[in-house]
Design a protein around this ligand. Structure first.
Ligand code: C5P
Length: 229
């Protein structure tokens, strides 16, 4: 199987209040994006990476990738799903991908062991699979006026992370159809669900954080200094 990583990195990160998009903030002198890409390329079954960047991205050209595997660039789109779709189309048409592994540029702390587990498990699942962690906190459903309407059974709830891995053509078709229908697509699995299929949940670790707010950067720095895998 030819497994190609697709990294959406075309976001502007408006929640970070930083001068540059969050994927270009640095940890250990390298951008967050660099760490995220190198983590997925480290797996022997991932053959190459396709990174979706904004058409006006001034940073990407300066990055050096210390790997023998190709790192291709494509232009992303308005929403995350548009960027992912651009990357998948390139992966299929230019790279002959039959599987794609989509990983957020903003998740640099992915553990090698979790990536291996996801790939090994999902290669046997036609409907794909994602890394996720069970919810730990008690979960409340809110009313419109911020009162508690209900406690939701957390045993059935998981936090969806990336990487998310699918047969390439299945995911391209699912995203194309879900976007055309105006469905809410906040991750890849939701497009597959929209087709009526049920991707696997592969249990990962909570330290695979998505850098979203300024304080997340310090936490990611801390996790990256630990031997996590
Ligand atoms: O904004 P959010 O945290 O959901 O972004 C997740 C990932 O999707 C980030 O790596 C971001 O750069 C990427 N993204 C993208 N194209 C967009 C919006 C977000 O590639 N239009």
């Amino acid at each position: 199987a030819n497994l190609v990583a697709v990294i959406p990195a075309a976001g502007v990160g408006s929640r970070m209040q930083a001068d540059c998009p969050k994927q270009y903030l640095t940890i250990d002198a390298q951008p967050v994006l660099w760490h995220s890409v190198m983590k997925v390329l480290a797996h022997p079954q991932v053959t190459r990476a396709v990174v979706a960047v904004s058409a006006t991205d001034p940073y990407i050209a300066d990055i050096q990738w210390p790997t023998d595997k190709p790192v291709d660039l494509v232009h992303g789109g308005k929403e995350r799903a548009d960027s992912v779709l651009a990357g998948i189309r390139h992966a299929i048409e230019q790279c002959n991908a039959d599987w794609v592994l989509v990983h957020d540029a903003a998740r640099p702390c992915l553990r090698a062991a979790d990536l291996s587990q996801l790939i090994a498990t999902t290669l046997n699942a036609n409907q794909g699979g994602i890394l996720a962690v069970p919810v730990r906190d008690t979960m409340k459903r809110a009313t419109g006026s911020r009162q508690i309407a209900q406690t939701v059974d957390r045993n059935a709830l998981w936090h969806a992370q990336t990487p998310q891995m699918f047969p390439a053509v299945l995911l391209a078709d699912a995203l194309t159809q879900a976007l055309a229908a105006g469905a809410t697509v906040t991750d890849e699995a939701s497009a597959i669900e929209w087709l009526g299929q049920q991707p696997l949940l592969v249990e990962g670790h909570a330290d695979n954080i998505k850098i979203t707010h300024p304080e997340d950067l310090a936490l990611a720095r801390f996790y990256l200094t630990q031997e996590l895998s």
